[in-house]
Design a protein around this ligand. Structure first.
Ligand SMILES: [Zn+2]
Length: 343
């Protein structure tokens, strides 16, 4: 801010210098106009005409000189306000404090420093932090940014950019009923987007090199199909259980064509550390996939642990999540998709 002010002060000095120059330039032409008149009258005086003529000339001279002086004064008076002065610097000094984010109260300060902070959610950050006192302020901000302070299905938003590799689809962000991914191709007994199929073939080839077999058993599921899956599950286990075990139609990543269920993966707690599940946890990111519902993020995703469900996000996103130790896609989405990290 001081650099700005000193720059402003320098421009003020420069402007005053310019103003001074203008002042003298304007008075010179007036003087030059006045001089010929004086020369003309002194020439007339040289002819020694009658005293009456001299008096008339003197009166005229006084009138003309007076008029010119009055005109010149007017010009000078007009030129003065054009010099940037206190009158113009005043608005600048009042603009500067206003540039600081307004209305950040003391209890909001810990959250306002993050680039994914949104002033419209300021009160929600504070309320969410009060409910989760051990949560890091940065986590408070990104979790509220994806509506995790609301109960699932209560504040539903439309999935943004559903054709990209990185749409967020969860119990707060819903796909349109008629959304069907483009470029669906067959993969084993399933269907996925063509770029997802190509990436999965590389993933499966790498696993095969380690003696592990990966097969896609489920990929794209239409809204109508998911309706059937959910209704069957609800009839069998009750609606409350179905909500945590199966995606409600529109809220399933399978409708995006980006999710794959891998065969032969049990729900066992050792699935993250051994066998195919363990290998996926260690290596899926290299091929653009993440294990979407882990043991660690159950509370955030509101899904039970699903070692078999992998989600394609693209190699760059998966690498960032791996390098930044981001284990939940919601966090990545806030920090790198919804908001742009400063360079
Ligand atoms: Zn799945």
């Amino acid at each position: 801010m001081s650099a700005y002010q000193s720059k402003h002060a320098r421009s003020l000095v420069a402007a005053k210098r310019q103003g001074g120059k203008t002042y003298t330039e304007q008075s010179h032409p007036l003087d030059q106009k006045a001089v010929p008149h004086r020369r003309r009258t002194s020439a007339k005086r040289g002819h020694r005409r009658g005293i009456a003529t001299l008096l008339v000339c003197l009166v005229l001279l006084i009138a003309v000189a007076g008029g010119l002086l009055w005109y010149g004064h007017g010009q000078v008076a007009k030129s003065v306000p054009s010099i940037p002065s206190a009158a113009q610097s005043a608005p600048v000094t009042t603009i500067l404090p206003a540039a600081v984010p307004a209305a950040v109260t003391a209890d909001q300060v810990p959250y306002a420093r993050y680039y994914y902070y949104d002033a419209s959610r300021a009160k929600r950050y504070v309320a969410y932090a009060a409910k989760h006192p051990k949560l890091d302020p940065s986590a408070v901000v990104w979790q509220v940014d994806v509506d995790l302070d609301y109960d699932v299905f209560t504040h539903v938003e439309s999935v943004r950019d559903p054709d990209s590799d990185t749409p967020l689809i969860n119990k707060h962000f819903k796909l349109a009923k008629d959304f069907v991914p483009k470029h669906l191709v067959s993969l084993d007994s399933a269907q996925v987007r063509s770029n997802v199929a190509a990436a999965f073939e590389q993933l499966a080839a790498a696993a095969s090199g380690k003696g592990l077999s990966l097969t896609a058993t489920s990929g794209y599921r239409s809204y109508a199909y998911q309706e059937g899956v959910f209704d069957n599950n609800a009839a069998k286990y009750g609606k409350a259980n179905a909500y945590v075990a199966v995606a409600v139609p529109g809220f399933s990543e399978h409708q995006s064509g980006l999710a794959i269920d891998v065969n032969g993966l049990l729900r066992g707690e050792d699935s993250e550390t051994s066998g195919v599940g363990g290998w996926l946890h260690q290596n899926a990111w290299k091929y653009g996939f993440i294990v979407r519902y882990t043991k660690a993020n159950r509370a955030l995703t509101q899904y039970t642990y699903e070692p078999w469900h992998i989600r394609y996000v693209g190699k760059a996103a998966a690498k960032t999540m791996h390098d930044q130790k981001i284990s939940t896609f919601e966090e990545y989405w806030v920090k790198y998709v919804e908001y742009q990290a400063p360079a």
